[in-house]
Design a protein around this ligand. Structure first.
Ligand code: FAD
Length: 584
């Protein structure tokens, strides 16, 4: 009878244990988890804190009792694996309740210890009131802090997916939320021009956003925590959440001499086997292939961890047969009403890796415009200039974002190109999509770019153009033009263009734009076929230009807000409020 030991009882560990049992009824399977729970929904933690998932128990996808009863897995909670003796094929264990130590032998060992939140050595980082969020214990501690009367201000340091999910959920709980992000944008896996939509949305929700500023120190004053930023600005806070990212939990690799990869995760091969053939590893703790850039990276996402669990179990039981082909990093987050999703890699990564690429931004409706409640949806795709192979995509919108990113990810993951996007067949009826889905449209536009039917320019390239020899043509309506345009642009609506061509100099570069790019494309084709041969369409149109070039943060939003004696957030200078009760 084989004996399998599994370290870590959540996404990767629990999946592996379950599949192992289904494949091998006779094996002895022991699962060690140092926490108090197995198989809980980490991804649901922010939503319980915000009150969307009302019942705490709903987070426990399976209890240890169910696991034992259904799968006959020996689950040992509050038990930490502290060492591996690879020669003896045994693990050393600490029972965290009693403190006692013991060992267990194994035939095959599976490591799914996850990742731990990054906690940089900032002065004061360990003060009470400063939290990270990884597990149920963290969630309970945060819930306790949020519920204390008078807790109204939270500073969230780091604006990745978890930071933004927590922003929404803390806002939902009535807290004033300030985000501090050291980069110039939120969600660094998407591009700046797409993140700009998120910035605007956060500001519309009365979230305070500090970009390009990091935390220099935390301290405690009479009225709570003080967060001192690198810029010198000091933010008051009742609660601080650090959501700066995670790093693989590899203490067991270090202790036992298992190989560690370039980015600090367990090194595993395509079978998810570590440098020891009796030990497999998976999940957030390992580095896996990112096929777009052909590099092994830590990609801490639940989907890959679960899929790897199945592969690990199969390879343990049947021998190394199933390969893990890697992860293209498909992810999504809800940020208030906006959904933000990505797959593949961003422009920044492509630049860093010296991979040539083209980018295109298209805007469509989430479903047929004539059917009620169609909402704008922006797709950015990155693709190879040689053969149109997809390298990355980002989708931002209010409806149907998940469907579009999944379609593109399915295509990209199989090495697909923009030509495949054009042909993707989707289910269509007016409430769901258009006969040409936004994903098809992204493919059509990319095809036009690659074939030379339309040449484009990006918002960040405008600045460097020779403005003496530039004609900026705004083809929107006069009403739209009056509401705001690019400095120096001349307005000729696209419907009037054929009659007003004489107003456009033939010896200058013409950059034509409309709101999102479609009317400008029509204008482009008129111009091109009328003898203008140096014309560019502004990708993503005025919408992207205006979002990306505008003010991104809203520092100081809460400067004049204070909490009054009734525990209510007021907006005025505090000194004025101090005299107001007497006046009432
Ligand atoms: P984990 O699920 O973290 O499990 C590791 C377990 O191992 C832990 O319970 C730990 O206590 C235990 N352990 C570690 N060392 C030892 C030891 N020495 N002995 C015994 N036990 C040990 N991903 C998404 O794709 N989508 C999302 O929406 C999403 N939202 C998230 C929200 C939050 C708040 C968090 C924290 C994560 C989120 N993730 C999301 C990431 C996702 O949860 C992880 O990618 C996934 O859980 C990784 O699985 P894992 O098995 O590698 O690690």
């Amino acid at each position: 009878m084989a004996k399998y030991i599994i370290v870590g009882g959540v996404a990767g560990g629990a999946t592996t244990a379950a599949r192992l049992r289904r494949l091998d009824e006779k094996a002895q399977i022991v699962l060690f988890e140092r926490g108090e729970h197995i198989s809980f929904a980490n991804c649901g933690l922010p939503y319980h804190l915000g009150g969307t998932i009302v019942e705490r128990d709903m987070l426990f996808v399976q209890t240890p009792e169910e696991f034992r009863a259904v799968l006959n897995v020996d689950v040992r909670l509050k038990t930490e694996v502290v060492g591996i003796d690879r020669q003896k094929k045994s693990v050393e264990l600490r029972d965290l309740s009693s403190g006692s130590m013991y060992t267990e032998s194994y035939d095959k060992l599976v490591l799914s210890p996850g990742a731990k939140p990054v906690k940089p050595p900032i002065p004061g980082v360990n003060l009470p009131g400063i939290f990270t969020l990884r597990d149920v214990r963290d969630m309970d501690a945060l819930a306790c802090a949020v519920e204390k009367p008078g807790r109204k201000r939270i500073v969230i340091v780091g604006a990745g997916y978890i930071g933004l999910e927590m922003t929404e959920n803390m806002h939902r709980r009535g807290l004033n939320v300030t985000i501090v992000e050291i980069a110039d944008q939120v969600i660094n896996v998407i591009d700046y021009d797409m993140a700009a939509q998120v910035h605007r949305h956060l500001k519309s929700k009365h979230v305070e956003l500090y970009l390009n500023d990091g935390v220099a120190a935390f301290s405690r004053g009479d009225s709570g925590l003080r967060v001192t930023l690198s810029s010198g600005k000091v933010l008051p806070a009742d609660i601080v959440l650090l959501s700066i990212g995670v790093k693989p939990e590899i203490s067991l690799a270090e202790q036992s001499g298992l190989e560690i990869g370039q980015f600090g995760g367990f090194r595993v091969d395509e079978y998810m086997q570590t440098s020891d053939s009796n030990i497999y590893a998976l999940g957030d703790a390992v580095e896996v292939l990112q096929p777009v850039i052909d590099r092994r990276l830590a990609i801490p996402l639940a989907g890959p961890a679960n899929k790897q669990g199945r592969i690990v179990a199969d390879n343990i039981v049947f021998g190394n047969r199933r390969k893990y082909s890697g992860s293209i990093g498909t992810a999504i987050a809800k940020v208030f009403d906006l959904d933000v999703a990505t797959t593949g890699v961003s422009e920044e990564v492509l630049k860093r890796e010296n991979i040539p690429y083209l980018a295109s931004i298209t805007d469509s409706s989430s479903h047929a415009g004539y059917y009620p409640d169609a909402l704008p949806l922006t797709i950015k795709i990155l693709f190879s200039p040689d053969d149109g192979r997809l390298l990355g995509a980002q989708v931002v919108g209010y409806d149907g974002v998940d469907k579009r990113i999944d379609l593109i990810a399915a295509c990209l993951g199989k090495g697909g190109s923009v030509y495949d996007l054009e042909e993707l067949e989707h289910a269509y009826a007016p409430p769901f999509s258009s006969a040409k889905d936004p994903v098809n449209v992204a493919g059509f536009v990319a095809d036009n770019i690659l074939s030379g039917i339309m040449r484009i320019i990006h918002w960040h390239e405008l600045e460097s153009l020779d403005h003496e020899n530039l004609f900026l043509l705004d083809v929107r309506t006069p009403g739209e033009y009056r509401l705001g345009t690019i400095e120096g642009a001349v307005n000729i609506p696209h419907t009037e263009l054929r009659d007003r061509l004489h107003e456009i100099p033939a010896d200058k570069k013409v950059v034509v734009f409309c709101h999102v790019g479609y009317r400008a494309y029509i204008a482009y084709r008129i111009l091109h076929q009328s003898g203008y041969d140096d014309v560019r369409n502004l990708s993503g149109g005025y919408k992207t230009y205006e979002l990306a070039t505008g003010e991104q943060g809203n520092e100081g939003l809460f400067e004049h807000e204070f909490i009054d004696r009734d525990d209510v957030i007021c907006q005025a200078a505090e000194t004025v409020a101090a005299v107001s009760p007497g006046q009432g």
